[in-house]
Design a protein around this ligand. Structure first.
Ligand code: PRX
Length: 625
C-alpha cells in the first residue's frame, strides 16, 4: 500500500517508544508539571505496575495553577450550555478561584488526603469544580453517572467507603426536571459525614448532614496537596463479566501524563481549539477527555447538559456552529440516532469550524463512518476512532497525528508506547486478518493500578488468561499493514449505547422481583444502541404469566440500576438451559433470540454435548410463552 509521509515519522517514533519504553515515557512526562521529579520511571511488580515512583504532583495544580502564569490565565476553560439555553463561561482563572473556594469549604467539612468523595452530579461546570476541589486536597473522587439510581450509588458507597457526597438538586433531560437529590435522600448511610448540595432550584433547605454548596464570595487560596505519583486520583466503577461493578483505580502521575499525551497525539488539539467531547463526567471518557486531558493541556472545551436531539435533532449541530467547535468527539450510538433523522437538520448548519472528528465506545460501522465523514465533517475532517477502556485510562489504538489513510471501521494503529497484538486462545500471535483476542504486551502509564479492595480479581480478570499480557476482553483482527479492527467484546459484557453493563447486575436486579425464580440476560444487536438486553425469566411456582410482569421487571431494573438498561424483549420460560456444571448457556439463549438455526449453535457451548444443546434449545423455544 502507499504510505503517506507522516506514516514514516510515526513508525520511527513508535519504534523508538517501544524499544526505549522508560526513556520515552520519562520524556513524555514533562507534558505536566511536577513538584518533585520521580526516582524511578517504572516499577514492575507484575501485574502491579507503578509509574514515576517518587514523583510528587497535584492534579488540580496540573489543570489550573500551572496556567495562571501564562496567557492562558484569562483563556476560556469551559463554555457550558443546557437545554433551557442557559449559558456559562469560565476562564482558567475563574475556575481556579472557584476550585480554591470550594476546596476550602470541603476542607472545613473535614475532607482530607485519601478520603473518598462520591460525586453524583449532572454535566455542569460545578461538577468539574467538585472533582478538581477533591483532588486538590489529595482526596479521591468516585463519580457516579447521574443516570444511575439508588442501588448503584449504595453499592459504590459501601465498596469505596465514601465519606462525603456532592450532588445537585436536579438536572433537565428532554425538557423534564430530573430530581437527583431525592435519589440521594433514599440512601441513608451512617458512614456518610456530609452531603453537599448544589441548589439549582433555590428551595433547598439545609438539614442534618445536608449542607448547601457555598456561594462564591472572595478569593481564598488552598495550597494543592502534593501527592505521590501513585496516589489514587479517582476510583470509577465499571461492569465486568461476573459479580458487581468493579472499582477501577487510577493513579495521579501516570494517568495525567497518559491522557494529556494521547489527546495531543490523536486529535492534535492546539491553542486555538474549541474541543467538544460529548461524554458525561460519569464515564471514563468524561474523566479523561472532558476534565483532565483538556485542562492539563490548557485548551478550551465546550460541554452541554442535555439530550442530543432535544428540542429537535439539530441541537448538536447548532451548537457546533454557535461555539465554532474545532474537534468533535462522540459515540457511534449518538451518530446512529442522528442518521435516522432528515439530513436537513445537519445540512442547515455551517460546520466549517470542524477540523477533526472522533469516535469512541463501540466499533463504528462503515456506514456510520461514511455518514459522519461526509455530512458532519463535510469530507474534510479525519475521523479519529479511538479504542480504549475504563481500565486503560486513555486512548490505546487511534490514528496518530496525520496518519493516513484512515479506513472506515478501523481504529488504525497503536499510539506510541503501546504494544498490542492479536493472539489465539493459547496466547500465540495470529497471522494477519485472523480474528483473535486483543492483548497489550507492555505496561503504559495510563493503566489502572488495580481494582479497589480486590487484588485477586484484578489478577484474575486481566492477567490470568495469558501470561504477562493484559487482557482487555475484546476481539480484534489486524491487517497486513498493521491496522487494527475491533470486533466487540469477547465476554458477557453488554454494551448499551456504548455503556458497559454486566449480565450479573441486570440478572440480580430482575431477581429482586419476588415472583421471579431465575433470570438470564444476553446482549442482542440493536440498530441505534448497538446492543440491548433480552431477558429469559422463570417464574416462581403458582405465578402465572401476564404482560404486567414484564413491566414490573423493567421497572425494577430501572429502579435498581437506572434507565441505562434498555430491553428488547423479556421471555418467560419453564427453565433455563444449563451445562452440567450449572453454567447458563447464554450463547444458546442468544441464538434463540436471533432465530439462528440449530446448526449454528451446536458448537457454541463448551461444556455440553451436541445432544444436550439441541435438547435445551428446543425446550427453551417451546416453552417461551
Ligand atoms: O469493547 C470495547 C469498547 O468499549 C469497551 C470499553 O468500555 P468502557 O470501559 O466503558 O470505555 C468506553 C470508553 C473508552 C472496550 O473493551 N470500545 C471502546 N472504544 C471502542 C470500542 N470498540 C471498538 N472501537 C472503539 N473505538
Amino acid at each position: 500500500m502507499y504510505y503517506y509521509p507522516y506514516v514514516n515519522r510515526y513508525i520511527e517514533f513508535y519504534n523508538y517508544s517501544i524499544n526505549n519504553l522508560e526513556d520515552f515515557w520519562a520524556y513524555q512526562a514533562n507534558i505536566i508539571p511536577w513538584f518533585r521529579r520521580w526516582d524511578k520511571v517504572l516499577e514492575d511488580n507484575h501485574p502491579f505496575y507503578k509509574w514515576f515512583v517518587g514523583g510528587l504532583l497535584n492534579a488540580s495544580y496540573v489543570c489550573l495553577d500551572q496556567h495562571l502564569e501564562t496567557y492562558r490565565k484569562d483563556k476560556v476553560a469551559f463554555y457550558w450550555e443546557n437545554e433551557l439555553g442557559e449559558r456559562e463561561t469560565v476562564s482558567y482563572y475563574e475556575l481556579y478561584n472557584r476550585v480554591n473556594y470550594f476546596s476550602k469549604f470541603l476542607q472545613d467539612l473535614g475532607v482530607k488526603k485519601g478520603d473518598v468523595v462520591l460525586i453524583y452530579m449532572p454535566l455542569v461546570i460545578d461538577a468539574i469544580v467538585a472533582m478538581l476541589s477533591v483532588v486538590r486536597l489529595g482526596a479521591i473522587h468516585n463519580v457516579v453517572f447521574s443516570g444511575f439510581s439508588k442501588n448503584a450509588i449504595l453499592g459504590r458507597i459501601e465498596d469505596s467507603k465514601a465519606k462525603f457526597i456532592i450532588t445537585a438538586t436536579h438536572t433537565y433531560r428532554r425538557g423534564k426536571k430530573v430530581d437527583l437529590l431525592s435519589v440521594i435522600k433514599e440512601i441513608n448511610v451512617d458512614s456518610i459525614q456530609n452531603i453537599v448540595v448544589l441548589d439549582r432550584s433555590g428551595d433547598f433547605k439545609e438539614e442534618g448532614k445536608y449542607v448547601k454548596w457555598p456561594t462564591y464570595k472572595e478569593f481564598v487560596y488552598v495550597p494543592p496537596v502534593p501527592v505521590e505519583s501513585t496516589h489514587p486520583l479517582f476510583v470509577l466503577y465499571t461492569s465486568g463479566t461476573t459479580g458487581k461493578p468493579k472499582g477501577i483505580v487510577h493513579s495521579t502521575g501516570g494517568y495525567l501524563v497518559y491522557v494529556a499525551s494521547t489527546l495531543r497525539w490523536a486529535f492534535n488539539v492546539d491553542n486555538d481549539s474549541i474541543w467538544w467531547c460529548t461524554a458525561d463526567i460519569g464515564w471514563i471518557t468524561g474523566h479523561s477527555y472532558v476534565v483532565y486531558a483538556p485542562l492539563a493541556l490548557g485548551i478550551t472545551s465546550f460541554i452541554y447538559e442535555g439530550a442530543p436531539d432535544y428540542p429537535d435533532p439539530s441541537k448538536w449541530w447548532s451548537l457546533i456552529e454557535k461555539y465554532k467547535i474545532t474537534e468533535f468527539y462522540t459515540s457511534p450510538t449518538a451518530l446512529r440516532m442522528f442518521m435516522k433523522y432528515d439530513l436537513k437538520y445537519v445540512l442547515d448548519h455551517d460546520l466549517s469550524s470542524l477540523r477533526m472528528l472522533g469516535s469512541v465506545g463501540e466499533p463504528i460501522n462503515p456506514e456510520v463512518w461514511e455518514w459522519f465523514y461526509v455530512n458532519i465533517g463535510r469530507s474534510k475532517c479525519p475521523i479519529i476512532d479511538t479504542w480504549w477502556q475504563t481500565e486503560t485510562g486513555g486512548f490505546m489504538i487511534a490514528p496518530f497525528i496525520g496518519i493516513l489513510p484512515l479506513k472506515p471501521g478501523f481504529a488504525s494503529l497503536p499510539l506510541p508506547g503501546v504494544l498490542v497484538d492479536v493472539v489465539d486462545e493459547q496466547g500465540n500471535s495470529l497471522p494477519p486478518n485472523t480474528k483473535g483476542y486483543i492483548v497489550v504486551k507492555s505496561p503504559w502509564p495510563g493503566m489502572m493500578m488495580g481494582i479497589l479492595n480486590d487484588d485477586e480479581k484484578y489478577k484474575e480478570v486481566y492477567w490470568s488468561k495469558f501470561e504477562k499480557m493484559y487482557y482487555p476482553g475484546d476481539y480484534a483482527i489486524r491487517t497486513e499493514d498493521g491496522y487494527f479492527q475491533l470486533l466487540g467484546r469477547a465476554d458477557e459484557v453488554i454494551k448499551i449505547a456504548g455503556h458497559r453493563i454486566g449480565t450479573f447486575e441486570v440478572e440480580s436486579a430482575i431477581l429482586e422481583n419476588d415472583f421471579v425464580a431465575e433470570a438470564a440476560v444476553v446482549g442482542v444487536p440493536d440498530e441505534v444502541r448497538g446492543e440491548v438486553v433480552a431477558a429469559f425469566v422463570t417464574l416462581k411456582q403458582g405465578v402465572s404469566v401476564n404482560e404486567e410482569l414484564k413491566q414490573k421487571i423493567i421497572g425494577k431494573v430501572r429502579e435498581i440500576i437506572g434507565p441505562v438498561v434498555v430491553f428488547s424483549s423479556i421471555f418467560f420460560v419453564d427453565k433455563l438451559p444449563k451445562t452440567r456444571s450449572g453454567k447458563i448457556m447464554r450463547r444458546l439463549l442468544k441464538a434463540v433470540v436471533l432465530g439462528k438455526e440449530l446448526g449454528d449453535i451446536t458448537t457454541l457451548e463448551e461444556e455440553a454435548s451436541v445432544e444436550e444443546v439441541k435438547k435445551a434449545y428446543e425446550e427453551v423455544k417451546r416453552s417461551i410463552v
